[in-house]
Every structure is written in structure tokens, then in C-alpha cells.
Ligand binder design. Structure first.
Ligand SMILES: NC(=O)c1ccc[n+]([C@@H]2O[C@H](COP(=O)([O-])OP(=O)(O)OC[C@H]3O[C@@H](n4cnc5c(N)ncnc54)[C@H](O)[C@@H]3O)[C@@H](O)[C@H]2O)c1
Ligand SMILES: O=c1ccn([C@@H]2O[C@H](COP(=O)(O)OP(=O)(O)O[C@H]3O[C@H](CO)[C@@H](O)[C@H](O)[C@H]3O)[C@@H](O)[C@H]2O)c(=O)[nH]1
Length: 429
């Protein structure tokens, strides 16, 4: 099938390379010329395991990139993989989606061929039919349902495992308004759907939109609940990891997403939970549980620094921060809890020296006032205290010998020889 993908970021690039790998002819439409050139040169614009090989194999044959929206006319299906960020008040910002839909609609005005437009970006219920659809109709001069069909196909991939998550998902969700659109999506996804273990959910567009938010709201709230239980465990002098491992043996609960500590960050959970909270309030409903999930999450970095302050006088102290990315396996620092830890430490007068195996250059421009080390050992050398903010595997069994005083507060439960330290505090154990 001939497919176009609008936007070539984490989602768009992954989906394009994987669909090419499944045998489709794919064109990426992207406004960033550097990304376009990178893909056309057979290279990956982002780092994701399994992506570079796929782009190298298919670029120039069944995968290409362009800045020209006209390319969509050579295809039958277009996926919108554009960013849906949050505004300053936390609500969903649709400006980029609207601009993309306008360009797509204008490109489709010059063809009479039937076209299926699939929203893959995360958007609140009603957006696909209430915002994207009308823009497409206005710009193309074609009515939805009479030449242009609309669908919503949310994406559940995680950063760091994007290719595997796309090709081997737990579920695929198609939100469609007509049988033909659903049939097209089934054909496009056939190899993925044939895989044992992939559930297909076929529903209406509004439900598909909400499934994505409900999924992220559930997972983020689960981690916040796990963190609250972790905080409670600590009050009782119990080990939250032992407690929650046992709790997770109940199949109704599941052992996954049970790691308590510093909380959730990244480019999705914070913005999606906030968009859902803001959108829901507009509908007249107070999402109190989601508010509480955010409040618990916001408190964890302060709790971590508070624990350190019990042992180290922070003003003028040299404090090593181990890990900057929002989770291991990525250089993404968007809404990383490590940044909240740094802000809190700095506010309390500490001199921060930070280390991360890959993310330093993404932090440096916004935090020029702190020191950066090129190894964990160098960050620890002479430090009065250390905090673990990201559970990078290389922090397991790290030597803290070089510290002025080995005071370590761990927000992620790494493997540590506690006996070799002066003080070891776990945030939730
Ligand atoms: N990153 C994830 O792990 C993930 C997972 C599932 C769903 N999502 C959702 O998918 C959507 C896309 O997220 P992302 O992380 O891929 O975003 P991203 O910021 O990584 O990439 C978006 C790309 O779109 C391009 N772009 C912007 N305006 C454009 C325009 N008018 N025309 C063409 N290209 C344009 C940008 O240059 C950028 O390369 C969001 O709604 C997000 O919430 C993200
Ligand atoms: O037990 C856990 C699991 C996760 N986290 C934290 O939660 C955040 C998010 O982690 P993860 O879900 O692995 O990362 P993302 O790549 O942001 O993926 C989420 O967000 C994507 C974008 O919407 C969705 O597609 C994915 O399904 C969803 O897992 C990170 O800060 C993790 O450190 C914990 O603290 N404890």
C-alpha cells in the first residue's frame, strides 16, 4: 500500500520505517529539512534500537522523505504524526495539528482519488472529527465520508523500545466511522495483527481517542499509587519493593509498572495527564484522582532532596546527581524528574555536579550554572552527597569511594553495596 506519514519525529519515523519493513511504500512529509536529508541519506534522525538498520535498508526504495505535502497525492493513506504539546496552562495545544491538517487538505484539493486520513497523534475526544475533519473539508473542498475518510489509530510505543513496541504491540486500536476505513487499516497492519499476542480493538473514533489518554492516565496513576505506597512503606520501615513485588503477583494488578521512587516524566505522561485534566474540567468534571496523581509525582523530588538534607547541610555542599534522562535508554530529558531534583538542590544552595551517559548536552543549555562530569566516578569525586535520579544499568555496583563522605540517596533502587557507604537512603524503602 502507498502510505504517507506527516511528521517525522519519534512516532512518525518509527512508523514509517516499520511500515516500509512490512512491505509498504512510504513517504515521510516533514518540515525539518535536516530530518528529510538524514532519512534520504539512509540514516536515522533519532536513536531507537532497530531503526537505523531499517532506514538504511529501505531509504531510496520503499522509504523516502520530503518537505512537500504534494507527495501525499501519490498515496492512499496518510497518518498524522504531529506533536500535540501542552499550553502553559496544561491544556492541549492543537496549533501544529491544525497547520498540518491545513497543508494536507490543500494537497488533497488537487486530486479526486479517495484518501484515508488517520490521526495517530494523541488528541482529546472529538478532535479528529471536530477539528481535523472540518479543516480537511475546508481546504480540500471534499466532504468527509465522500472522498476523504477519517480514522484514529493511537500509538502506544515507548521511547527506547519504539520499533519493537510498534511491531509487537499488546494491542492495536482502530477508531473508524466506516467499514472501508477499518478494512484499509486491517490490510495495512496485517503482519502485526497476524502475530499471536496482538489484540485488535475496533471502535469509534471518539473511543479510540480516549483509549490513548486512559492508557497513559492509568499507567501514570499506577506509578503515583506505587509511589504513595512506597512513601507509606518507608514510614513503617518496610521495603516497598518487597511489598509491591508480592502485590504484583495478583494477576488483576500485574507486576509491571511497579517501580517506586522519583516518579514519572517524559514527553507523554505529564502532557497527556495534564491535557486530560484540563479537557475534563472544561467538560465540567473534576478529575480529583488525576490531580492527586500529579501532586504525588511532583512531591517525590522534594522528598528525595529532603532525605539528603537530613544528612548533609546543603548550602555550599557539592552534590552529585547521577542520571539526567527521564528514564534509562534515552537521551530525552523532557519533564525528567532529575531536573526537578537539580532545581530543588540549587534552590537550597547546593553546588550540583551532574552526570548522565548520554543526556548531558540536552541539559547544559538550560542549566549552564551547574557542573558536568564525563563519568559517574568524576561526578562523585569529592562530593558531600549523591542522589540517583535515573536507573541507568551502569550505576549498579558503582564505587562511591571517591566521595568526601559517602552519603547516597537513591530515587530509583539501583544495586548498591550499602555496607560500603556512610549513609544509604532509599526514597521508598
Ligand atoms: N514520543 C512517544 O513516545 C509517543 C508515543 C505515542 C504517541 N505519541 C504522540 O504522537 C505524536 C507525535 O509525537 P512525537 O514524539 O513523534 O513528536 P516529535 O516532536 O518527536 O515529532 C514531530 C515531528 O513533526 C514535525 N512537524 C511539525 N510541524 C509539522 C508540519 N506542519 N508538517 C510536517 N511536519 C511537521 C516536527 O519537525 C517533528 O519532526 C504526539 O501527539 C505524541 O503525544 C508520542
Ligand atoms: O514502574 C515504573 C515505570 C515507569 N516509571 C517512570 O514513568 C515514566 C514513563 O516511562 P515509560 O512509560 O517507560 O516511558 P514513555 O516512553 O514515556 O512511554 C509512555 O508514554 C508513551 C507516549 O504516550 C506511550 O506510548 C507509552 O505506552 C507509555 O508507556 C518514566 O519517567 C519512568 O521512569 C516509574 O517510575 N516506575
Amino acid at each position: 500500500m502507498n502510505v504517507s506519514i506527516i511528521g517525522s519525529g519519534y512516532v512518525g519515523t518509527t512508523v514509517a520505517a516499520c511500515l516500509a519493513d512490512l512491505g509498504h511504500d512510504v513517504v515521510n512529509v516533514e518540515i525539518d529539512e535536516e530530518i528529510v536529508e538524514t532519512i534520504n541519506a539512509g540514516e536515522a534522525p533519532i536513536h531507537e534500537s532497530g531503526l537505523a538498520e531499517r532506514i538504511a535498508e529501505h531509504a531510496g526504495t520503499t522509504l523516502r522523505a520530503t518537505t512537500e505535502y504534494d507527495a501525499v497525492r501519490e498515496t492512499e493513506v496518510t497518518f498524522l504524526c504531529l506533536p500535540t504539546p501542552q499550553t502553559d496552562d496544561g491544556s492541549l495545544d492543537l496549533a501544529i495539528m491544525e497547520a498540518g491538517a491545513e497543508s494536507l487538505g490543500r494537497a488533497l484539493a488537487a486530486t479526486d482519488d479517495d484518501h484515508l486520513v488517520v490521526v495517530k497523534s494523541t488528541v482529546l475526544p472529538g478532535t479528529t472529527e471536530g477539528v481535523v475533519g472540518p479543516i480537511l473539508e475546508r481546504e480540500s473542498g471534499t466532504e468527509i465520508g465522500d472522498g476523504i475518510a477519517l480514522a484514529m489509530n493511537p500509538e502506544f510505543l515507548r521511547m527506547g523500545t519504539a520499533v519493537r513496541d510498534f511491531l509487537e504491540p499488546d494491542k492495536v486500536v482502530f477508531g473508524t466511522a466506516d467499514d472501508e476505513a477499518a478494512a484499509t487499516l486491517r490490510e495495512l497492519y496485517a503482519p502485526i495483527l497476524e502475530r499471536a499476542g496482538t489484540d485488535l480493538v475496533e471502535t469509534d473514533i471518539r473511543e479510540a481517542e480516549l483509549i490513548k489518554y486512559a492508557n497513559n492516565a492509568f499507567l501514570a496513576s499506577k506509578v503515583s499509587l506505587v509511589n504513595e505506597l512506597g512513601n507509606i512503606a518507608r514510614e513503617y520501615g518496610a521495603d516497598a519493593y518487597e511489598v509491591l513485588e508480592a502485590v504484583g503477583l495478583d494477576e488483576r494488578i500485574s507486576e509491571r509498572f511497579m517501580r517506586s521512587g522519583l516518579g514519572w516524566g517524559g514527553s507523554c505522561f505529564p502532557k497527556d495527564v495534564n491535557a486530560l485534566r484540563a479537557g475534563t474540567r472544561e467538560q465540567g468534571y473534576d478529575p480529583e484522582l488525576l490531580d492527586a496523581a500529579v501532586a504525588v509525582n511532583d512531591e517525590q523530588p522534594r522528598r528525595l532532596v529532603g532525605l539528603l538534607a537530613d544528612h548533609v547541610s546543603l548550602s555550599g555542599a557539592r552534590i552529585a546527581v547521577l542520571g539526567l534522562s527521564f528514564k534509562p535508554g534515552t537521551d530525552d530529558v523532557r519533564k525528567s524528574r532529575a531536573l526537578d531534583v537539580i532545581a530543588e538542590l540549587t534552590e537550597r544552595g547546593a553546588d550540583v555536579v551532574a552526570y548522565d551517559p548520554v543526556a548531558i548536552e540536552n541539559v547544559r543549555p538550560d542549566y549552564p550554572g551547574i557542573e558536568y562530569a564525563d563519568t559517574a566516578e568524576r561526578a562523585l569525586a569529592g562530593a558531600d552527597g549523591a542522589v540517583v535520579a535515573t536507573d541507568w544499568p551502569e550505576f549498579d555496583d558503582l564505587s562511591f569511594d571517591g566521595m568526601a563522605r559517602a552519603v547516597v540517596v537513591d530515587g530509583r533502587r539501583i544495586d548498591v553495596d550499602e555496607d560500603a557507604l556512610d549513609v544509604y537512603e532509599g526514597l521508598t524503602w
